[in-house]
Design a protein around this ligand. Sequence first.
Ligand SMILES: Cc1cc2nc3c(=O)[nH]c(=O)nc-3n(C[C@H](O)[C@H](O)[C@H](O)COP(=O)(O)OP(=O)(O)OC[C@H]3O[C@@H](n4cnc5c(N)ncnc54)[C@H](O)[C@@H]3O)c2cc1C
Length: 313
Amino acid sequence: MEKIYDLIIIGAGPAGLTAAIYAQRARLNTVVLEKLTPGGQILLSEKIENYPGFPEVISAQKLMKQVQKQAENLGTKLNYEEARSIALEDEEKIIHTSGGKKYKTLAVIIATGAETRRLGIEREKEFIGRGISYCATCDAPFFRNRQVAVVGGGNMALQEALYLSKFAEKIYLVHRRGMLRGEKILQERITKNPKIEIIWRSVVDQIYGEEKVKGVKLKNLKTKKTHNLPCSGLFIFVGLKPNTEFVQNILELNEKGFIKTGENLESSRRGIFACGDVRKNLLKQVIVACGEGALATHMAEKYINEVKGIEYK
Ligand SMILES: Cc1cc2nc3c(=O)[nH]c(=O)nc-3n(C[C@H](O)[C@H](O)[C@H](O)COP(=O)(O)OP(=O)(O)OC[C@H]3O[C@@H](n4cnc5c(N)ncnc54)[C@H](O)[C@@H]3O)c2cc1C
C-alpha cells in the first residue's frame, strides 16, 4: 500500500524548519521538501541583529545551521525536491515534485517563502549579474570603490545599503516616497553614514550601459523631471514575490499572490496550512516566520487527529 504521511512541509526556511521541529516533537510522520538549500532567504543576509537571544550580532548562516541541526537531531527527514503541484483526493493531498515523485499526506504546511521582486523595467533582466543585483551580501565586494544605487525604502533596502557602504565609495538610496519605511534604528544609521545619500520621491525610469550597467535615469515623481545618475551597480529591494505559483489553482491568494489564511493559519483548503513570508501577514521577519511555523504544526496536528478520529480525553 502507498505510504501516507501525516504531514509534508514544503520549504526549509525559518518557518518550515521550525514547523519541522514541532512536528518531530509531536511525533508526526513528516517529510520536509526543499528545492535549494535549507535556511531560506535570510542566507542572503550577512548577519541578523533582531533575533532574540543573541545580544551580540549573529551570522545568519550560523543561526540557520543551528535551526537545521536542531530539526535534524530530532529526526527531521529533508528531501531535496521542489513541490510542483498539490492535488486533493478526499482527505488526502498528493504532492508532485521535481524528482517525478508523488507524496500522499493528510496535511500540508506551505512554507515556501518569497523572493525579491523585480522592478519590471526595460533591460532589467539583461543586466542581472552585469550591474543589477538583488543581494548586496552576495555582490557588494564587486563594487569596491564604485558608485552604486539602491532602490527601496524598507528594512531590506536600508540594511543592504548599509552593508554596501563597507565596499562602495558612494551609495544613492532611491526612494519613491518622502520618508523611509524601515526600522528607525536603521534610518538613524543611514542618515549618519557619510557615504549614503537619499534621493527622495524618485524612481528608476531607465537603465543604461552597453555590456554592463553604466547608470540609471531617475524620474522625480513630484516635478516629473528626469536626470542621469552614473553608477556601476543597481541593487533592487522593492518588495517580495511569494513562491505560490504551484498552488495558485487550488488556494485563495491575495492580489499580490500571498496565501490567505485564517488566524489558525489554515488556507482556503482544509488541511493545507501556510506560514511565514508566503502567507498574507503583516511582518516578514525570521522571528515571525518561526512563530508561525510553530503554530502551523500545532494546528496541523489538531487537524490530523481529527481526520484520524483521535480525541484527547
Ligand atoms: C537580504 C535580506 C535581509 C533580511 N534581513 C532580515 C533581518 O535582519 N531580520 C529578520 O528577521 N529578517 C530578515 N529578512 C527576512 C527573512 O529572511 C524572512 O522573513 C524569512 O526568511 C522568511 O522565512 P520563510 O521560512 O517564511 O521563507 P524563506 O526564508 O523564503 O524560505 C522558504 C524556503 O522554501 C524553499 N522553497 C520555495 N519554493 C519551494 C518549492 N516549491 N518546493 C520546495 N521548496 C521551496 C526555498 O528554497 C526556501 O528555502 C531578510 C531577508 C533578506 C532577503
